[in-house]
Each structure stands twice: as C-alpha cells, then as structure tokens.
Design a protein. Structure first.
Length: 171
C-alpha cells in the first residue's frame, strides 16, 4: 500500500497550498489579500502617527497596484493600504466576457511588475522584493467587506501592535 500526499500538498515545491482546491479564483467576487516583503524588509516607508509616509519604492508599488485595474478591466480595487513591509487590499474580479486571470496570476503580475520597478530604482536587478506566497480571504458578505475595509483603514494606526511590524509592542 502506497501513501499518497494530501490533495493540498504541492510536490514540486514541497509545500502546502493555502488556497482552496475546488474554488475557481477567476470567479466574480471580492478577495482580501495581504502580500509581505521578503524577510519583512521595511522598504516601502515609515509609519508616523496614523500615517504611512512612503519611500520612492513605496510610491512605485502604489503605482503598480493601481496598474492592475488599468491593465485588467475586470479588476476593481477597493480599499487598500501599503505599509512599510506589506500591502493589504481588496481586489474584486468582475463579470466580463472572455478570459480572466485567476487571483493568483493577477497577484503574480503585480509582484512581477512591482519587483522590476523597485529593483530598477534600487539598482538591484534580480533581487527578491516579495515573499513567495500571499494571504487571501474570500469576501463573503457586506458585513465582512465593511469589517475588512475598517481593518485596512485602521492598519496604520495599529502599526505599533501589528505582527508584521518587527518593532511591535507586545500586549
């Protein structure tokens, strides 16, 4: 008798997928995503008070996030925030005729374009900017959407306690 790996295991990269196996990520709907920089490097800015003050690299990443909705007409960007070492955003995939990229490919396109632009700015061709994967949450209701929007809005104000902040205060 042979042991088979579970269906969510990726044998090529020897890792577990965080994505739902049976979900069509091209489907119309809203997704809350979080992307982190490699090694949680604080390259996009600093938080002072309730505001994020972006570096030039951070402004380039903002441009690239907006590029998603310009490049893919079926993509709408809802609330989002770029923090010193991560991005939180709500991305909606709308109905449109023709082929649509799944969520993972859209995030991949964003990471590719933003990495290229940041590396051009820093003179670091080929350097890794983003960690390999990303977190996602399917937005399932209006109350879920409202809660996520509030979380995004509050994120700079909560930076001192944020688990992505390497200098966070412990509760």
């Amino acid at each position: 008798m042979t042991d088979h790996p579970p269906p969510w295991y990726d044998p090529v990269h020897r890792r577990h997928s965080v994505h739902l196996r049976d979900l069509d990520y091209r489907a119309t709907g809203a997704y809350f995503v979080t992307l982190c920089t490699a090694d949680r490097s604080m390259i996009f800015g600093k938080v002072a008070g309730d505001e994020v003050h972006l570096t030039q690299a951070g402004r380039l990443v903002e441009d690239c996030w907006n590029w998603l909705a310009e490049q893919y007409l079926y993509v709408t960007l809802d609330a989002w925030v770029l923090m010193p070492n991560h991005l939180h955003g709500i991305l909606a995939i709308g109905q449109t005729p023709g082929q649509r990229k799944p969520l993972g490919r859209l995030i991949g396109a964003f990471k590719t374009v933003s990495t290229k632009r940041v590396n051009e700015l820093r003179g670091t061709p080929g350097a890794v900017v983003w960690q390999r994967d990303y977190y996602e949450h399917i937005v399932r209701s209006e109350s879920d959407l409202a809660s996520i929007r509030q979380y995004i809005t509050d994120n700079p104000r909560q930076w001192a306690l944020d688990r992505e902040n390497p200098c966070r205060m412990r509760r």
